[in-house]
Design a protein around this ligand. Structure first.
Ligand SMILES: Nc1ncnc2c1ncn2[C@@H]1O[C@H](COP(=O)(O)OP(=O)(O)OP(=O)(O)O)[C@@H](O)[C@H]1O
Length: 234
């Protein structure tokens, strides 16, 4: 399969007062088109830093990141903003929906600026929210709000879907249904999904598992016998 993402010698240092914190310390890995990737690690390992750099929300201190035919670490601020807007769909732990827009408007607001976006209503139908499109976030459950957030990310028709602890605020059953939705979307659209979690039980659903420890890659494992979410318990 064709390579879609490559991290080469990526470091990230934060300076807090006098003490520098090395959030990433020489990170190398690659991801192929269509892969479902789980990035695993303990709290503070550097998972979100990797995801934020990949999504163009943060820049590394040194090293290179390639996505598709672009080196995103060499882009101007304007081009990086375009990359973030056009190529990346984000799903966060706390849905980040706009409270005074209904579900449909939340999705449409995100797709307005995207050239190749998909139809907002179609995607909301796909995530199982046909009857709730006129509801505001406060009228939806956590799982439903996360479905709106996923619809919002997918409707942009991005190159990558990046998910940071997407089930972190959900109960077991709802979390599983959100993971199933992400797995189905990956299978049906062949879009690359990168999911960050501390929950190692989720790993069997991935094509590739990248373990992060103290700002470094501990291991990269290909999973030849990928499991359906329904078959995973934790
Ligand atoms: N803006 C920042 N300023 C200073 N230090 C930071 C900043 N962001 C992250 N760090 C530090 O970098 C390290 C990696 O953080 P990161 O958020 O990537 O970890 P994580 O694996 O995603 O953790 P968690 O699962 O708790 O979210 C941590 O030590 C963190 O305290």
């Amino acid at each position: 399969m064709k390579k879609l993402i490559e991290f080469k010698g990526v470091t990230k240092e934060y300076k807090v007062g006098e003490v520098p914190i090395k959030a990433l310390n020489g990170v190398d890995f690659s991801i192929s088109e269509g892969e479902f990737v789980v990035i695993l690690g303990a709290s503070g390992a550097g998972k979100s830093t990797i995801l934020n750099i990949l999504g163009g929300m943060d820049t590394p201190t040194s090293g290179q990141v390639f996505v598709g035919d672009q080196e995103i670490t060499s882009l101007s601020e304007k081009k990086l903003t375009d990359y973030r807007g056009e190529k990346v769909g984000f799903v966060f732990q706390f849905y980040n929906l706009i409270p005074n827009l209904n579900a449909l408007e939340n999705v449409e607001f995100a797709t307005e600026v995207c050239k190749n976006h998909l139809d907002a209503k179609d995607i909301l139908h796909k995530v199982g929210l046909t009857d709730r499109i006129k509801n505001f976030p406060s009228q939806l459950s956590g799982g439903e709000q996360q479905r709106v957030a996923i619809a919002r990310a997918v409707a942009k028709n991005p190159l990558l879907l990046l998910c940071d602890e997407p089930t972190g605020a959900l109960d077991y059953v709802t979390g599983k249904s959100v993971l199933k939705l992400l797995q189905d979307l990956n299978r049906e659209t062949n879009k690359c999904v990168v999911l960050v979690t501390h929950n190692s039980a989720i790993a069997p659903m991935a094509d590739k598992i990248i373990k992060v420890k103290s700002g470094m890659i501990e291991s990269v494992t290909m999973n030849d016998e990928k499991q359906s979410v329904e078959g995973i318990e934790w």
